[in-house]
Design a protein around this ligand. Structure first.
Ligand code: COA
Length: 160
């Protein structure tokens, strides 16, 4: 399966379906995930949001997972991984690894020296934190109570 970088209109619904299916994100976060697609559709690379989509085989307009990333404004060569999600039936089969490595490679080609990924300190995110650690990311900082009282932000990073 090839990864696709050019967003299309059907990705609004496809991204929403994947982020909903994970059960990891609030309604507000789901809306933001779709807004990032809208921005990329409307403004292209000028939006600052780049995507990689893993299309579902034999299911046009569906995706199995995706990443959204881009250069962090005001930095020389730091990139943000804004989103990574793999649909539950596709998880644990290497797709997240493939998407993340391809994202890192694309960012590096654009001059990235560092990539940053935020996640939550909640127990629900133990697997997500294990994934980042396994992928060579370091937990650089903990911002206590960032998302809500009792819900810390963990900032992971990888240097190339
Ligand atoms: C996090 C996520 C993207 C990982 O995708 P995935 O396809 O399940 O991950 P992979 O199968 O490619 O696993 C990649 C590596 O991480 C490790 N890993 C993945 N889940 C793990 C877990 N629960 N515990 C320990 N290690 C784990 C795998 O063992 C694998 O390492 P290996 O290749 O050396 O064996 C996916 O599970 C997901 O969408 N989760 C819900 C949404 C989410 O948390 N997104 C991030 C928001 S901050």
């Amino acid at each position: 399966m090839n990864l696709r970088s050019i967003p299309r209109d059907s990705d609004r619904a496809a991204v929403l379906a994947v982020v909903k299916a994970t059960g990891f994100f609030s309604g507000e976060e789901e809306a933001i995930a779709v807004e990032l697609v809208d921005e990329a559709l409307a403004r292209g690379p000028a939006s600052g949001y780049e995507f990689l989509f893993a299309d579902a085989p034999d299911q046009p307009e569906k995706i199995l997972g995706y990443t959204c990333y881009g250069p962090i404004p005001g930095t020389q060569s730091s990139f943000d991984l804004y989103w990574i999600a793999v649909t539950p039936t596709g998880q644990g089969k290497g797709l997240g690894r493939r998407l993340l490595l391809a994202t890192e490679e694309a960012a590096r080609r654009r001059g990235a020296t560092h990539i940053y990924a935020d996640t939550s300190g909640q127990d629900k995110y133990v697997p997500t934190r294990a994934f980042y650690t396994r992928m060579g990311y370091q937990a650089e900082a903990v911002l206590r109570d960032y998302f809500a009282p009792g819900d810390d932000k963990i900032l992971f990073s990888k240097a190339f």
